[in-house]
Ligand binder design. Structure first.
Ligand SMILES: [Zn+2]
Length: 104
């Protein structure tokens, strides 16, 4: 999917149409990775260290039968539009599944 770097959009703060710089939103880290019963939490406790097969606490989690079929490889993209005039950012999901986003 090709997206132009600069788009003309309505800015609710400037109350007129201005140029917006387009950027893709990327989530920072994993959310709730230290929840109760998680592998990340067990590793902090000291489990899953050393040599050999660590089973449940190993490097890769066991893949369930449900997850094995129909795995999706694309995600809905979220774009961030930064107003050139007031530098405010509007975040908007486009609702289109794409593997790769190219800024032209
Ligand atoms: Zn603005």
């Amino acid at each position: 999917m090709k997206v132009p770097k600069v788009q003309k959009r309505y800015c609710p703060w400037c109350k007129k149409t201005t140029d917006h710089k387009v950027d893709q939103y990327k989530s920072a880290g994993k959310r709730g990775s230290l929840s109760r019963g998680s592998i990340a939490r067990a590793k902090m406790r000291g489990q899953g260290r050393g040599v050999g097969n660590k089973g449940k606490w190993g490097s890769k989690p066991a893949i369930s039968k449900f997850k094995r079929t129909g795995a999706k490889i694309s995600k809905k993209t979220t774009f961030r539009y930064a107003c050139v005039v007031c530098k405010k950012i509007i975040q908007q999901s486009q609702g289109i599944r794409t593997k790769k986003v190219e800024f032209t």
